[in-house]
Design a protein around this ligand. Structure first.
Ligand SMILES: [Zn+2]
Ligand SMILES: [Zn+2]
Length: 338
């Protein structure tokens, strides 16, 4: 079978054996797997985490291991790649995605594969969600990124009515913006360098948008919450400038390894603003994401701008780094996913 993985100089398509099912596993035939900004960073060599790529997969169960209950061959599923242990100190503190076990769990060989094996810890901790018939595979490929936004927002002191600024309007920034809209944000403003993405943000529910290079009309201290949905370090300093006294800046986008924050710490001290990093999703986030998508309350279909077959995955990675005309790239098995 084909698998897209990190190779010398970028992403490559390799032929490998299909994973072998054993007790406690599920075997899934991939139909759609979202391409995440963190996959792009891994290919560029900027992200220190696991070398595996592809973590937003949806497909059909083709094998159910001995002892697994609750799943049948033919079930349409979304599968989450990481699960926490739910028993260590970090988990007991509710910071599940920072659990030391979390990043050690993963799909075999990853989400960009014709077939992947879901290991017993993922299966038993509820990482595979059965999709209602009306939720398409490509919509399901947005469950994980939306789940990251849901778990992030739950970790913040957000209240309905809050004035929120989202810096960075890529796929994840736009999902976050849509979530903030349905969660009752009072004022919702978006910023991105790309005029195209600013237009899309207005269509998806932003009250206003601006270009961060020319932030006319934005006042210092205007926002209760600033979400930094980009890895650009500059955006974090901007966030501290635009957040109100006692407000929150959510470090949500992945900063490049080795990047440093330059900000006036005395300003920060006197402002009492906090920086809250949030990372990834748990089963709580993915389940809520699926319910929001399935109910039609948070439609995601329009964010998928490109569907590219696994055999041409390199093209998908090229497309994902383009901003004009591109929001979410989904890698497909080649069969219809919509
Ligand atoms: Zn992702
Ligand atoms: Zn744990």
């Amino acid at each position: 079978m084909k698998v897209g993985r990190l190779g010398p100089g970028g992403v490559v398509v390799a032929e490998v054996d299909r994973p072998v099912l054993s007790g406690g596993d599920l075997l899934v035939e991939m139909h759609a797997c979202g391409l995440c900004g963190s996959d792009v960073e891994k290919v560029k060599g900027h992200y220190a985490a696991t070398g595996k790529i592809g973590h937003e997969p949806a497909g059909t169960v083709v094998g159910v291991g001995y002892g697994v209950t609750g799943y049948r061959v033919g079930d349409r599923v979304f599968v989450h790649h990481h699960v926490p242990c739910y028993s260590c100190d970090v988990c007991r503190a509710g910071r599940y995605t920072f659990c030391p076990t979390y990043q050690k769990t993963n799909l075999d060989p990853g989400g960009f594969a014709e077939f992947f094996r879901v290991p017993p810890e993922n299966v038993s901790r509820g990482a595979a969600l059965v999709l209602p018939d009306h939720v398409s595979f490509e919509e399901a490929a947005l469950i994980e990124p939306l789940g990251c936004c849901i778990d992030a927002l739950a970790a913040l002191p957000f209240q309905p009515g809050d004035r929120v600024l989202v810096l960075g309007l890529g796929p994840i920034g736009l999902l976050y913006l849509k979530l903030l809209r349905v969660s009752g944000a009072g004022l919702l403003v978006g910023a991105d360098l790309s005029a195209y993405r600013r237009e899309v943000a207005l269509r998806e529910g932003a009250d206003r948008v601006f270009d961060p290079r020319t932030p006319e009309g934005v006042t210092e201290g205007e926002f209760d919450l600033v979400v930094v949905a980009t890895g650009a370090v500059r955006a974090i300093s901007d966030g501290f400038r635009w957040v109100r006294r006692g407000g929150t800046v959510n470090l949500f986008g992945l900063p490049e390894k080795g990047s440093h924050l330059e900000t006036d710490l005395q300003d920060l001290y006197m402002k009492g603003a906090r920086l809250v990093p949030t990372y990834a999703a748990t089963e709580r986030g993915t389940n809520t994401a699926l319910r929001l998508i399935a109910s039609g309350r948070l439609p995601v279909r329009q964010l998928v701008t490109h569907r590219i077959p696994l055999a041409r995955i390199e093209e998908g990675f090229r497309q994902a780094t383009a901003t004009e005309g591109t929001i979410k790239v989904v890698i497909t098995s080649g069969a219809p996913t919509a």
